[in-house]
Design a protein around this ligand. Structure first.
Ligand SMILES: C[S@@+](CC[C@H](N)C(=O)[O-])C[C@H]1O[C@@H](n2cnc3c(N)ncnc32)[C@H](O)[C@@H]1O
Length: 282
């Protein structure tokens, strides 16, 4: 467990992932049902952009930093607003997925956040408890394996269920565990909405995972690749993919628009967005 998201918080990949998460939660709230969100790999919740790790990597400066130079694309407006809300004045901190979700969810909603690293889990508990307040969602913060939590997630037909799967892909089996977890989730009725994040280094690793996901019966999904540059050097992070399962057309369109805006603002002259359908329908 060497991975620390502090190096990467607020980078181009977080922007696409978090803009998509907010679009999905806003869409679900319009549906009127109470929401249960499982964040399988939650991280510590809040990141100091002036900290040594963020400064050393320079990733936030090339991500959220670049967006804040403006003008902000409409597809990224809600995310930029949410980032401003955790800062007073100058943007010194970037909120992670559980904090962004907690601010969107309210009474009667539930946020289950798993973080396996003990130190990060401690930070997460403090940050999330502070952020959720009295009117926020019911919190269930676990220093536990997020894939296991997804497999144990009870069926709740009366609620809208969302699962965010955002592993570090540092251990060899993360890709396979994503596929196995989604196969299980897609057997549920109703099937939850799922957002999966994955890096793009070489294309075969991603394609292998997409082929695995497609074997789940009844799967209906979309893979949206944000390529900062053509993926020719597998030693580099060339982009990221957001894979959406069982989301509305509106959420899919919002995620594509966010990916296009990030490719334009953070990518090089050959940046592109590639959208593919998975399973029965897009
Ligand atoms: C990419 S970061 C999460 C970022 C967060 N989702 C966000 O968007 O702000 C991945 C996190 O997963 C944690 N982690 C690694 N393996 C895990 C596992 N099996 N279950 C839960 N957390 C895990 C790491 O410690 C790390 O903090």
């Amino acid at each position: 467990m060497n991975y620390r998201h502090h190096f990467h918080a607020g980078n181009f990949a977080d922007l696409v992932k978090h803009a998509t998460l907010l679009a999905l939660l806003d869409d679900m709230k319009r549906g009127g049902r109470k929401i249960t969100l499982l964040d399988t790999h939650a991280g510590p919740g809040i990141y100091d952009l002036s900290g040594a790790q963020a400064v050393r990597s320079g990733e936030a400066a090339a991500g959220i930093g670049r967006l804040l130079e403006g003008p902000v694309d409409a597809a990224l407006g809600p995310l930029v607003e949410a980032v401003m809300q955790v800062n007073r004045g100058a943007v010194t901190h970037y909120p992670g997925s559980p904090l962004l979700a907690a601010a969107r969810l309210g009474r009667g909603d539930q946020l289950i956040a798993c973080e396996l690293h003990p130190e990060e889990a401690q930070g997460l508990t403090a940050a999330l408890t502070r952020a959720a307040g009295r009117d926020g969602p019911r919190l269930d913060i676990r220093a536990a394996d997020g894939f296991d939590a997804a497999l144990q997630l009870p069926n709740a037909p009366d609620r809208a269920t969302v699962v965010l799967i955002d592993p570090p892909y540092e251990s060899g089996d993360d890709h396979d565990r994503v596929v196995a977890t989604c196969a299980d989730l897609m057997r549920r009725r109703p099937a939850p909405s799922v957002i999966i994040w994955a890096p793009i280094k070489d294309l075969e690793t991603l394609d292998h995972m997409l082929r695995g996901l497609e074997t789940a019966p009844g799967l209906r999904g979309t893979a949206i690749q944000t390529r900062l540059r053509p993926p020719l050097n597998p030693m580099k992070m060339n982009g990221c993919a957001i894979i959406l399962l069982h989301v509305s057309l509106a959420v899919r369109e919002a995620a594509i628009a966010a990916a296009e805006a990030v490719a334009r603002q953070c990518g090089d002259a050959n940046a592109s967005v590639v959208v593919t359908k998975l399973g029965e329908e897009g």
